[in-house]
Design a protein around this ligand. Structure first.
Ligand code: PMP
Length: 286
């Protein structure tokens, strides 16, 4: 079956799904996006993703030409048209095509693109044994320049840090903020466990407020675990009992070392494993 992509208001065969070379999403990275999972044909935490998309739009003064309800339906229709059972949705809204120049008044209609596809996860061995991290020298965008809370189409900040991770032979890299505090990884949020308390950087630390992060905070609190959103430094990670990342694609994955320092027992810890199990249960029920 040919893949169908939603573009310019309708579903078209993937080969015909094209956008203009004058689209400001391409020319300037002017746009926003969401990455969403489908589990057992259901689009997971879709409301949360739609809400974050419209908040990103508000922050960059992009008026999405359809309502959140219409967007929700368009995502669901695209998943159905592609017969996706377990997969991934990429929802993109660009400023649209216009003449050259940064003035947003030079663009016409924002462009909405929805791609529903299969997903490639990290290898199972990484979930079994945990993942190693390095700290990137590239810091996360200063919130006063471009807030990391906006899930924008300009991912160069993260890509530059990810190159450093790849050069070190790793699948992810830790990014600090402009104060030298822990922010997040290039495409995932970070948590530690210390003396039974779950800790993660506060959204004021310059992070994307992950949908998976928020789900894990909720699940942990429901399980009676104390959760603190606070400032963390690399030192806090070195001396943590457990550490893990969260993200739509990664779900929950243990981190067993940072910059050559073993974290905790050097293998996925009991709270990490418990939260992964609770999260997987949520993906089956929500
Ligand atoms: N931080 C960044 C920079 C991201 O791009 C992502 C999404 N890949 C995350 C965190 C995790 O967010 P979510 O749980 O919503 O996927």
């Amino acid at each position: 079956m040919s893949r169908k992509v939603y573009v310019a208001g309708k579903l078209v065969p993937a080969e015909q799904a094209t956008v203009s070379v004058f689209d400001h999403g391409l020319l300037y990275g002017d746009g926003i996006f969401e990455g969403i999972r489908v589990y057992r044909r259901r689009v997971f935490l879709l409301k949360e993703h739609i809400d974050r998309l419209y908040e990103s739009a508000l922050a960059i003064r992009l008026v999405i030409p359809i309502s959140p309800d219409e967007m929700t339906k368009a995502v669901e229709e695209t998943v159905k048209a592609n017969d996706i059972v377990d997969g991934y949705v990429r929802l993109v809204v660009t400023r649209g095509a216009g003449s050259l120049g940064l003035d947003i008044r030079r663009t016409r209609e924002p462009q909405i693109i929805i791609i529903a596809d299969t997903i490639t996860m990290y290898p199972q061995a990484m979930y079994d044994n945990g993942m190693k991290l390095v700290t990137a020298t590239t810091i996360r965008n200063h919130p006063g320049a471009l807030s990391p809370r906006v899930k924008s189409l300009n991912y160069l900040n993260n890509i530059l840090a990810r190159i450093e991770g790849t050069d070190a032979g790793m699948e992810e890299a830790l990014m600090l903020n402009h104060n030298g505090e822990v922010a997040e990884c290039t495409g995932d949020n970070i948590f530690i466990v210390k003396n039974g308390v779950l800790k993660t950087p506060d959204s004021a630390c310059g992070i994307l407020e992950g949908i998976t992060r928020n789900a894990i905070i909720r699940l942990a609190r429901e399980a009676g675990i104390t959760v603190e959103e606070c400032v963390l430094t690399r030192h806090d990670i070195f001396v943590a009992d457990e550490c893990f990342l969260t993200g739509t694609a990664a779900e929950v994955i243990a981190i067993v070392s940072l910059d050559g320092r073993q974290i905790g027992a050097g293998k996925p810890g009991p709270i990490t494993n418990d939260l992964l199990e609770r999260f997987r249960r949520l993906t089956r029920s929500e």
